[in-house]
Every structure is written in C-alpha cells, then in structure tokens.
Design a protein around this ligand. Structure first.
Ligand code: ATP
Length: 316
C-alpha cells in the first residue's frame, strides 16, 4: 500500500540514555555504566504537513530525537509515535510506519562499494513514492556523476546525493539531519529552493536540522528548539519571532521603554544601546518608544535561538 498522507509525530517524556557498557562488581552484580544522555524528558508534537526546523546547540539531542522518529533507535523510557493524523503508532520495527519515513543523515547512507546509481536503485526499489525523474534532475543540477562510487565523491557531492535521495523519496515524513555539510553556498541555496518547490507540489512533513539558522529559517513553518536533552520550545516560527523584539536608542530611553523586562542580549556602541527583550510591546509602550526616539525592531529566529540557549543570558 502506498502511504500518501503526511505523517505527524509525538514524543512524550522521552529519555534516551547511552550505556558505556556493563561491569561485574566483586559481589557478582552486573551494573550499567552510563556514557551520556541524549534526551532527558523530551515532549513535543510535530504537525503533519509542515516544514519544521530542529535547532539546538552541539550535543543538544537533535540527532538522538530524529533517530527515534526514524526508528533507528528506541527510547530508554517514554513514548514515540509517528504516522498520519489519528493513526500514529510506535515506529520501532513497524514496517508500515518506517516505509513512510526517510531519514537523511550527514553520512548519506550510501552503498560505499557500489556506484551511486546502485544506491539510488536500492531506494527506488524500496520506496513506492520514489520519483526517478526528480532524482535524475537533481543529480544533474548538483553535478553528481552517478557512475562514481561515493568514496570518489567530495563531501559536498555526497551530501548532495543525500539531499537528492531525501527529495526524490517523497516520503510522508522526510528528515534531513545536517544534510548540508560540505555543500558550498550555491548548492545549499539550490537545495533549499528545490525543497520548497517539491514540498509545494507534493505536501508532506519535513524535518530539517541545521546550524545555519539564518540561511534556513525562511523555510520553517514550525520550529523546535532542543537544549540539553529537553524541548525548550516547539511552536510556529512566527510565534517564535514574536517572542522578542529589539530596542535601539539612548540608554535612559531604552531602559524606560524596556520597563524591567528580561534582556536576552545587550550591546552598546557609544551612547547608543541595543537590547533584545522577551515579549512584545503594547500600543501605549509603542507610542512611548516612538516619542522617546527608540527604534523597535524584529528579532530573527537565529538571534532568539542563540539568546534562548545561551546559559549566560543577562537580565535587565
Ligand atoms: N552513542 C552514544 N554514546 C554516548 N553518548 C552519546 C551517543 N550518541 C549521542 N550521545 C550524547 O547524547 C547527547 C546528544 O547527542 P546528539 O548527537 O543527539 O546531539 P546533536 O544535537 O545532534 O548535536 P550536533 O549538533 O553536535 O550534531 C550528546 O551529549 C552526545 O554526547
């Protein structure tokens, strides 16, 4: 059966701990040594039919979460469900769900001893939604020679093959985990354009993790921010953008308009101060800012992300 409805997903209080190994104590008991925590009580919902950006600093838990959704691993505790609205199930060893999910990892998941064309044939045989025409067109666009083995391609070209597989699969849940690594800027922008165009024509659910927030934030309808194994926020990108604003002006005027709000960031250039604040101004405060000559600006997702995950965020 071909699954076409976009998949959603839900994580409930998910914990992932990695074991370093097992040790036998002198008294004969077997203990597990913990090597690290990937997720630490993560709860979130992925809306079907959206492009969701997955953001987090290094080691935050993004890959751990994406691997759970693609059933590459299982949680230590908590529940994970994936699937079309109203029919979501545990993806682990669940062919009905995994046949509708495509995870593209930085490694590319290609058959290293075979030509790229052989890997593509493997995906084509496995995925009923595979578009051979899209795959061919994208390889052409990214200038990848499918007669070569992956080991003979540059890192950027291998990433481009991963991007091609992700788009040509047209899976109801397509996950790109830092797929851009090694791609040069023109290739990355070509990938973003292709992703948007193909998504518009073939609606599905796309998750995209990236550290290049400024570059990719225009793609996102929803944003998930993971911080030290926990979900800091999961909401529409516009809602995230309205979490903050900036004020620029003289110190006294800015302080007055800021009115004791928490400052996410503060910088001073000569007599001019700029603060990034949480929340929004009401009409009276906007009028006060105008009168005081204080400029009110929007804050890009990138800035909010950096500030929200910065343990050194200052208070006003
Ligand atoms: N196999 C493993 N064994 C032990 N610890 C692990 C393992 N995989 C991940 N971790 C730990 O889990 C945490 C989350 O890792 P994860 O790879 O999910 O982060 P990430 O957000 O994808 O990071 P990055 O942006 O650097 O790729 C990190 O502290 C990492 O060290």
């Amino acid at each position: 059966m071909t699954i076409t409805a976009p998949f959603g997903a839900r994580l409930d209080d998910v914990v992932v701990r990695f074991d370093r190994g097992r040790r036998l104590l002198p008294d004969g008991t077997l203990v597990k040594d913990e090597a690290g925590t990937g997720l630490d009580g993560a709860t979130l919902t992925i809306r079907p039919g959206t492009i969701t950006g997955v953001l987090g600093r290094n080691g935050a838990g993004k890959t751990t979460m994406l691997s759970l959704l693609a059933a590459f691993s299982r949680p230590t505790s908590g529940t994970v469900v994936v699937g079309p609205e109203g029919e979501q199930e545990d993806p682990w060893e669940n062919p009905w769900i995994t046949s509708g999910t495509q995870l593209v990892r930085e490694s590319g998941d290609l058959l290293n001893d075979e030509k790229v064309a052989t890997s593509l044939k493997y995906y084509a045989d496995m995925r009923s939604s595979w578009s051979a025409e899209t795959a061919e067109r994208l390889l052409d666009l990214f200038e990848v020679d499918a007669r070569k083995k992956p080991t003979a391609l540059s890192r950027g070209k291998r990433s481009a093959v991963g991007a091609t597989i992700g788009l040509a699969t047209r899976a109801p849940l397509t996950i790109f985990d830092e797929v851009y690594l090694g791609m040069d800027a023109p290739t990355r922008y070509a990938f973003y354009d292709e992703l948007l165009a193909d998504y518009a024509e073939h609606p599905r659910t796309i998750l995209l993790s990236s550290h290049l927030v400024e570059e990719v934030e225009r793609l996102f309808e929803d944003v998930v921010v993971i911080d030290r194994g926990r979900v800091l926020l999961a909401e529409p990108a516009d809602e995230m953008r309205s979490r903050g604003f900036s004020l620029t002006g003289t110190k006294d005027a800015v302080e007055r308009v800021a009115g004791g709000r928490r400052a996410l960031h503060r910088q001073q250039l000569g007599a001019t101060v700029q603060v990034t604040l949480e929340g929004a101004l009401d009409d009276a405060e906007l009028a006060e800012a105008r009168e005081a000559g204080v400029e009110v600006g929007a804050v890009p997702v990138q800035d909010l992300f950096v500030r929200l995950t910065d343990p050194r965020s200052v208070s006003s």
